[in-house]
Structures are given as C-alpha cells and as structure tokens.
Design a protein around this ligand. Structure first.
Ligand code: AMP
Length: 660
C-alpha cells in the first residue's frame, strides 16, 4: 500500500465494517402530508401577505417547508416550475422520442425471457441426466449460462466488456492542466498589486451578526427569510450583506453550500425595495455558468422575494425564447441568465438592453472568467453601465488581479470565508486505488460500490458525456435506478433528471461536471468520482455537492496511478476534523462484478445502436416538420429580422469546446 504513506490520518477501512455504519435512508415523504403542507403553506402565505405591515404577522421562528414538506430543515432550492412552464410551450413543436429507459427496459425484458427459457432447458437437462453435483462449480467457472444466472439472484444481466474505453472519446472538461496553476504565487509584487486593487481590509468586516433581525433588513425580506427557514445568517451572509447594502463591489469566496446565494440575493432584494416604481427597469442581472444553476438561483430568489413586488425573469438556453422575450418586455427587476441566451436577447429582443443594470452578479465567477466564457462576458460587461455595483462569488474564487481586471471592478471588497482550497469540515473523503494494470476494473469497482454500499442519494461524476451515458445503460441493465445529466441531453431531459433525483425516484445521478458547480441538491449523502477530475478546483466543486450547510457527507474517488498528485492535494485539503480514508474492496468482489459487467457489454453496444437509429428517424421527422412549418408560416418567418450574434459561427465553434 503506498498511498497511505502520504498522510497519517489515511486509514485502511474494511468495507464490510463500513457498510454497517451506513446511515438509514431518509423515508420518502408521504404524499398526503405534502398536500396538507402545501395547503397550510398557501394559507400562511395568504395570511402573511394580508398583514404585510403588521408586526404581529411576523414570527421569526415560523418555518415551513417550501417544497411541501419534502425534506426537513430549510427548504431545498430545487423548484423548476418556471423552467418547466417555459418548456411546455417549447415541447408543443417537438417530435416524440423513445427514451433510453424504454430501450433498456425492453432489453431487460428480453433478457428475462432468455433466462427463463435457459432455466427451463436446464431443468429439463437435469431431469434427464442423473448427474447430481457440480452446478456451483460450473457457475463459478463461468461455463453454462443458465446455471450461472441462478447463482446471481435476480440480477438480470448477461454479457461482457469494459465500457471505459470510450472515455477519452469526448472530453468535457478540457485539457489536463498543471496543478501548480491553482497554487497562487503570493510574491511581494503580486501582494502589492492586490493591495492597490482591492479595498483596504478595514472595509472587510468580520461577522458580527448572529441573527438576520439585527441586520436592519425590511420586514418583507425578513419574512422571506423566515419563509425559507433561514434564521441565523451563515458567515458569508453575515459578512456580505452589510457590505453589499452599501453598494460596494465584492469579490466573495466561501466553501460550497455555505449560503452564497442568499448572501447576494438578500441585499439585492433589500435595495430593490427602495427602487423608483414609476418607470419599470431591469436593474439587476445575475449570471450563472449553467442553466440548472440559473434555474436554482431564480427559484431561491423568487422564494426569498415572496413578500415583495419584485419581479424576475429566467433567461437560459433550452427554454422558450419567445416567452422570455415577452417577459423581458415587461422589464422585470431581476434577470437571472446564462451568458449565451442573455446576449441573444440583448442583440435580438426589441427593447431589451442592459443600460439600466445597476447590479451585476456573477455566480461561480471563476468559471465564468475562464477562457470558454471570456468573449461572452466581455460582451455583457460592455453592455452594462460602468457605474453599476458588481459582485463576484465562487467557492473557488480567485483574487488574481489579472483575471478580475476585465470585470472593471471598483476597489472590490474581498470577502473570503474559509480557505478556498479546502473541502467542507464534515466531509469524509475516501479513495479507492485503481492500479495501472487494473484500469479495466473501474466499472466493476463502481458497480460493486453501488450494489453493496452506496444505495441511494448518490451523485457520480464522469469525465465525459459518453461515459456517463454508457454507465446509465449499464446501471439500467443491472436494475440500478439512475438518471443521467450532461450536455448531450435536451433541457427537458436535464431538468427531468434533476427532478427524478430530487424526488428520490432514482438513486443515482450520473453526471459530468455540468452538475459539479453550485447545484444545491438536498440530502446528497455520497459523491463518487468515477475519475479524478483534471483540475483540483473541480474536485472541490464536485465533493462540495455533499456535506453542505453543516451536514455530513462522504466522497469516494477512484484514483488511478496518474492521479497521485491530485490525491495528495485532496488529502492536504482535508479540513481539521474531517477524515481521509482508503477504501479497499476485496479482489474477489471486484472480480464478481467484473464478470457481470463484461457479460453486458454486447447489450450496451446493441442499445447504443438502437438509440442511434432512433435518433436518425427522429431527426428526419423533425426535418419534415420544419419544412412543413416553413411552408405554412413562410410569410411570418421571412418577415422577422434575422437574428444576429456577436461572434461568427466559426468563432463560436472554436470557443464552444470548453463550455458545457
Ligand atoms: P448555497 O451555498 O447558497 O447553495 O446554500 C447552501 C444551502 O444552505 C442551501 O440548502 C440553503 O437553503 C442553505 N442555507 C443558506 N443560508 C442559510 C441560512 N442562513 N440558514 C440555514 N440554511 C441556509
């Protein structure tokens, strides 16, 4: 064992012992209770709205679950009602598809029939021959399909292979980068530049508020906070809200799950309460790097603003463009957007501009400052007035002046809570070593982890969309309930995957780094990294999907030989009090699952082929539908001005590879 040498706290764990410690899954909420909760929530909201200005109507202790009682504690942020609404209109024009789940189900049904037939044939054979031993040995040796299947309980499955090969096909998260890039060089000159660039530290307050009530927030905002169950500000909130209320630029960093969203939403809402109402204008723009994160921020903001008249619009790709155009015409106070769709609207939606933007927020700002987004960001910043307030937030926020300079910040206040290179305190980080000659066992290792130990509320990260999709098929064939989330899916499928996982209708979310940042998925108990990500910041974002807001969580990372440097960084990142462990899976267990995985390979291939054919048919149907539409609505379509974009198609394509 070599990896243990890296750190004293790196212990060997017996997996079976670990299994006994696994927490009980939280029971699913009863449907009936949901209904009652929803009713009482409506009644409470109505009553509260009525007495908006009376002190007696406000009870800071009062909390109710915004999602209708789905989970205890503060509400969970996932409510895609707005996004779903926009999808409905879009779907009316799309061709129906056969889902991958339907294809897998069909294959499983075929497998069952085959097994039944094989078992019947086997029994017949047994009855005829009076050979009465060997069955088990034959099964263990992998001869004679029927007997083997019997020893595998009702696990379905058939054939072989290593679905990992295709992983390098389609890298989503960019080139491998030297980790030393992330380790800041804090030399003297750089420090001096920072001192000149940022506001002096005296303006950086220490957390002094242990309750929202002491923050001088207006009553509707306090009610909104109580409504979502927030009583005490988190550290980033306690430090950010007072500074943001003063209108200062902010560069904020705090570990994932520490409440950054409310840290910038609350002061925005408070300031908007005092806006002049005669002329409606879009005064706030919140930018997020992914559609899902934007939908989540929009949902949190809307809930916190429940007792105000502040209006919002969600502008992200994949959702109905015309509906967004119509909403933007009404000049919503706050626009939550992804950069691409926003630029599309700025250029092509009549009457929409950013010249009234007073506050610009960038969530997961370091991601947005990376190359893939640089052009779009410049275009947006250029369209906003210089005099605006700008707030940048991320769990791995940088104070690298070179990167920040193009955001034209005005002496931003640095608000860094915790070190940005640390994982959450209550996170247990586990590592499973994959030796160089055992790389082909990766899928089997994952399947054995999921079959034996981590049975629900697990998010699994893959480097590529192709790998996530193949694992979805493998999981499906093995009867493990999983949804996939990556950029090869439609927006409808992406939201659906998140909802299925949120509602515990699937146990596993198989995702690319699309889901690594910002998403607040309540109750994720385990994050599994099928591969170590290429960048350490990405590792922190991924494992940050669990152990959020002071809860416990566990990450399990499959570590290949090439990942040793990253492993060291991960061990170093462990906070005081958090644990680092080496998980060992018995070799015979891996072999058992490898056999199963190998057996299923031809079926995975067949399913992929079937899917390809299905896609080709659908595309052809869509083409026909498009031509019909063109014929039917030709005059209207051709009378519309052509949509413009700030880059040529070629430029766009070259930039696109680094985005999701
Ligand atoms: P965020 O970092 O904004 O994604 O928030 C992480 C989680 O912390 C979310 O589930 C929030 O609902 C929760 N949260 C944020 N602020 C508070 C607070 N003041 N009190 C309790 N929970 C909070």
């Amino acid at each position: 064992m070599t990896i243990e040498e890296d750190d004293d706290s790196f212990k060997i764990v017996d997996e079976e012992a670990e299994m006994a410690e696994e927490p009980e899954p939280t029971p699913e909420p009863a449907k009936k209770k949901r209904k009652t909760d929803k009713k009482s929530k409506k009644a409470a909201a109505a009553a509260a709205a009525k007495d908006d200005n009376t002190d007696s109507a406000f009870d800071p202790q009062f909390t109710f679950a915004i999602d209708g009682g789905g989970s205890s504690g503060p509400s969970h942020a996932w409510d895609f009602t707005a996004a779903r609404d926009m999808l409905k209109e879009k779907q009316a024009n799309t061709v129906a598809r056969t889902s991958i789940d339907e294809i897998i189900a069909k294959k499983r049904q075929e497998n069952k029939l085959k097994r039944k037939k094989a078992a019947a044939a086997e029994t017949e054979k047994e009855e005829q021959a009076d050979v009465d031993d060997d069955d088990e040995d034959i099964a263990a040796d992998g001869f004679g399909g029927g007997a083997r299947d019997k020893t595998m309980e009702d696990d379905d499955d058939d054939d072989d292979s290593d679905s990992d090969d295709s992983e390098s096909d389609e890298e989503e998260s960019g080139q491998s980068e030297d980790q030393s890039d992330t380790e800041e060089k804090n030399d003297e000159a750089e420090e001096a530049r920072k001192r000149a660039y940022f506001a002096p530290d005296e303006e950086n307050p220490t957390a002094s508020h242990d309750s929202f009530t002491s923050m001088n927030l207006s009553r509707p905002i306090q009610k909104g906070l109580a409504g979502v169950g927030f009583v005490k500000p988190t550290e980033i909130q306690a430090r950010t809200i007072p500074v943001a209320l003063l209108g200062k630029d902010i560069c904020g960093g705090a570990v994932t799950g520490s409440g950054k969203t409310a840290a910038f939403i609350v002061p925005i809402l408070e300031r908007l309460l005092y806006r002049p109402r005669q002329t409606p204008a879009t005064r706030v723009l919140i930018l997020c790097p992914t559609r899902e994160l934007a939908a989540q921020v929009h949902s949190v903001a809307t809930k916190l603003a429940s007792y105000t008249d502040i209006s919002f619009c969600l502008c992200v790709g994949g959702l109905n463009l015309r509906r967004q155009e119509a909403e933007l015409k009404t000049k919503p106070d706050v626009v939550v957007a992804t950069p691409g769709r926003l630029i599309d609207h700025v250029r092509n939606s009549a009457g929409f501009a950013l010249d009234t933007c007073e506050i610009l927020v960038m969530d997961e700002a370091d991601r947005m400052l990376e190359d893939g987004f640089a052009e779009e960001l410049n275009e947006i910043v250029k369209s906003c007035p210089k005099s605006r307030q700008t707030m940048l937030f991320s769990a791995t926020m940088t104070d690298n002046v070179d990167q920040l300079i193009r955001m034209s910040l005005n002496h931003p206040v640095r608000l860094f809570v915790d070190r940005s290179d640390q994982a959450a305190t209550r996170l247990i980080q586990e590592f499973v070593r994959i030796r160089a000659h055992k790389e082909a066992d990766r899928s089997a290792v994952l399947v054995s982890l999921c079959r034996r130990t981590f049975k629900n509320k697990v998010i699994i990260f893959f480097r590529s969309k192709v790998a996530a999709h193949q694992m979805k098929i493998l999981f499906g064939l093995l009867g493990l309930r999983a949804a996939e989330l990556h950029g090869n899916l439609t927006q409808e499928q992406r939201l659906e995957a998140l909802e299925l996982f949120r509602d515990h209708k699937v146990d596993y979310l198989l995702a690319t780094d699309l889901a690594a940042r910002g998403l607040d998925i309540k109750g994720i108990e385990v994050v599994i990294n099928y591969n170590m990500p290429n960048q350490f910041a990405q590792y922190l974002h991924r494992v940050g999907r669990t152990a959020r807001a002071g809860r416990n969580g566990r990450s399990v990372t499959l570590v290949g030989e090439a990942d040793r440097k990253m492993l060291k960084m991960a061990i170093k990142s462990a906070n005081t009090g958090s644990q680092v462990k080496n998980r060992v899976i018995p070799a015979e267990t891996i072999q058992k699952y490898k056999k199963k995985v190998d057996q299923l390979s031809p079926q995975i291939e067949e399913i992929l082929q079937e899917e390809k054919q299905e896609r080709a048919i659908r595309e052809a149907e869509m083409k026909v539908q498009k031509s019909e539409n063109l014929l039917k609505h030709a005059s209207e379509i051709y009378s519309r001005p052509a949509r413009t974009w700030f880059q040529t198609n070629k430029e766009k394509k070259t930039k696109k590879h680094s985005k999701h």
